[in-house]
Design a protein around this ligand. Sequence first.
Ligand code: IMP
Ligand code: MG
Length: 225
Amino acid sequence: MDQPDHRRLKEPPPHWRKEIESVLISQERIARRVRTLARQIESDFAGRDLVLVALLNGTVVFLADLLRRLSLPLRLDFIGVSSYGGGSEPAELVFTKELRLDVGGRDVLLVDDILDTGKTLARVTAKLHRLGPRQIRICVLLDKPSRRVEPIAADYVGFTIPNHFVVGYGLDYAERYRNLPFVGLLRPEMFKHPDFIPLLTPKKRRLLQGVENELDSDGGQEKSE
Ligand code: IMP
Ligand code: MG
């Protein structure tokens, strides 16, 4: 497991420096970790009828990399979820794309970008369970255990991170930055940027109220086996 050491946080490429403060998890570390996760998944699901179910939109980059590392028969489907809701009301989860494949009796690997409060995955797993799969396992790129509200854990975790708001490698801030090839920390002033505030969902706004993006905490740690 990597030692947490903020001095190892790298500067982002020049093009991103105005908006991104630092690289929390580099492209190379992500690639190494994805290879390891893929090996574990391959051995755990060998001989099974596997359906990968990915949540839109944050998983696209992680999913594309993970998928190409999996040398076993599988099928792929997507579920779209979005959180809406006004003011201080709890955000309501709306399904924007329903599952099409039949998962009854099959092994489901649910893939998401980040496990935060756990509300999203709790709702989605409850819905999937009603379809009668043989089992549901959860794979996430990032885990923020300090923010958990629902009693839910992932079976495969890329990196465990502190209570930072992160962007890149699929994760967004006001729908931007999904295309960064690394996971990075936004500059704090970006949270107050007038171009972005109106674009934030109430859920993202609440999430940003509790983040600690100072650089004196640990970087992403590979979950110990
Ligand atoms: P949960 O329902 O609180 O577990 O929320 C999970 C979702 O919140 C993720 O799929 C992301 O869309 C979003 N999210 C949570 N933390 C972050 C973050 O640090 N950056 C970007 N999106 C985040
Ligand atoms: Mg998401």
